[in-house]
Design a binder for this molecule. Structure first.
Ligand code: GDP
Length: 376
């Protein structure tokens, strides 16, 4: 092909024996590959696909799982045109969302989260609930691997027709994992799921992110926590509406009960996560399905109490407002840092500030003046 050329790094001395060539690029918007006359073979039709959003929304509302998965795939896409579709789809589904209890579950790896969700989720399905399990895994976007992504987890629940399990989305634009999980939650609710379990690992900021999107938040811990208990960050316990001491079985059962009492003593002195609700410790054996009923009773009790007092709805309103705020801040950051004027000016200002030749606020002032000037 005459448009082909040698790559820039080839050795001219070996021109003829060099087999690599560079083909001309394919024009496109960066999200999918658009058709050009020369690259017709590589056309990826999905970029230009038309989605019947009304039909998709109707199927999701009927509880159609394929449609639900399709909706979530749209949410998880990082492409601009999918973003617009997603927002239009959510607009159609919003009136049907919200009718669920949203439960966050955290704990260190090995605490028994997936075993617990398998047991708890199956129990709720037996009671007639529809259970969606979502995950917020901060490690998945950092390393490409995932603590929560193991395919063999929750096998029994995954086969239950009343359950729906979705692994953690990866980051991407505007709000990243946070936005995608919240939107997925809304779509699941519109599909009739009335219990949403959001699992996360006790790493970094993920607990705070999940706390901000659920009604009830539980912390799974292990026994033998005497010293650990003292050292455990007060902050994490103050996020929780319940501490569950898991693996309360066999020779560990007594110790688990003792640990539970210790937690209850300490929790009494801490700020509760939810106004009007005393954070309580309970025990469970996820492996032997023990303590599961009691935990659901506690959550049901929490729901009726907070709904009666108006705290349930108030929290959801505050969460939505904070979500709006978060997305505005994200959007501002993206717009600012990706703007060509800022990209070219920032290194100079950084140098001036780092070398101590300029006050920080004055550098910020110049950047914003340049930004707004360029936006005019
Ligand atoms: P995760 O990393 O928090 O999701 O923890 P897993 O659910 O993968 O559990 C870690 C290990 O603890 C597995 O070997 C489970 O079988 C075990 N495990 C979980 N729950 C219990 C329990 O209630 N009792 C006992 N004895 N083992 C449990």
């Amino acid at each position: 092909m005459k448009d082909e050329k040698k790559p820039e790094w080839y050795d001219p001395g070996k021109a003829d024996s060099f087999s690599s060539t560079v083909k001309p690029g394919v024009s496109g918007n960066g999200h999918g590959i658009e058709q050009t006359a020369k690259a017709g073979r590589f056309v990826k039709k999905t970029a230009a696909r038309k989605i019947d959003l009304d039909a998709l929304a109707a199927e999701i509302k009927e509880g159609n799982r394929t449609a639900l998965a399709k909706g979530i795939t749209l949410i998880e896409s990082n492409a601009d045109h999918d973003f617009q579709h997603t927002q239009a789809l959510l607009q159609l589904l919003l009136p049907r969302s919200g009718n669920s209890v949203r439960i966050g579950i955290t704990g260190v790896p090995g605490a028994g989260k997936s075993t617990f969700i398998e047991s708890f989720g199956s129990y709720l399905c037996e009671l007639g609930h529809k259970v969606a399990v979502l995950a917020v895994d901060p490690t998945s976007s950092l390393t490409g691997g995932s603590i929560l992504g193991d395919k063999t987890r929750m096998e029994k629940l995954a086969r239950n027709p009343r359950a729906f399990i979705r692994p953690s989305p990866s980051g991407g634009k505007l709000g990243g994992v946070h936005r995608k999980t919240r939107e997925t939650m809304l779509v699941c609710e519109a599909a009739g799921f009335d219990v949403i379990l959001v699992e996360t690992v006790g790493v970094g900021q993920s607990e705070v992110i999940v706390r901000d999107m659920v009604d009830f938040f539980m912390l799974l811990v292990l026994t033998g926590a005497g010293d650990e208990l003292q050292g455990m960050k007060k902050g994490i316990m103050e996020l929780a509406d319940s501490v569950i001491v898991n693996k309360a079985d066999g020779p560990n059962e007594q110790a688990a009960r003792k640990t539970k009492e210790e937690y209850n003593r300490i929790l009494h002195f801490l700020q509760p996560a939810t106004r009007g609700w005393q954070t309580t410790a309970l025990t469970s054996s996820a492996l032997h399905d023990k303590g599961i009923r009691e935990i659901w009773e506690m959550i049901s009790n929490f729901s009726s109490l907070t709904k009666e007092s108006g705290i349930f709805e108030e929290r959801r309103r505050v969460q939505t407002k904070e979500w709006l705020n978060d997305l505005i801040i994200d959007q501002l950051q993206i717009n600012f840092f990706h703007h060509p004027t800022i990209k070219s000016l920032l290194p100079k200002i950084e140098n001036e500030v780092i070398s101590g030749n300029r006050p920080v606020a004055s550098g910020v002032d110049e950047l914003f003046k340049a930004f707004f000037e360029a936006k005019k």
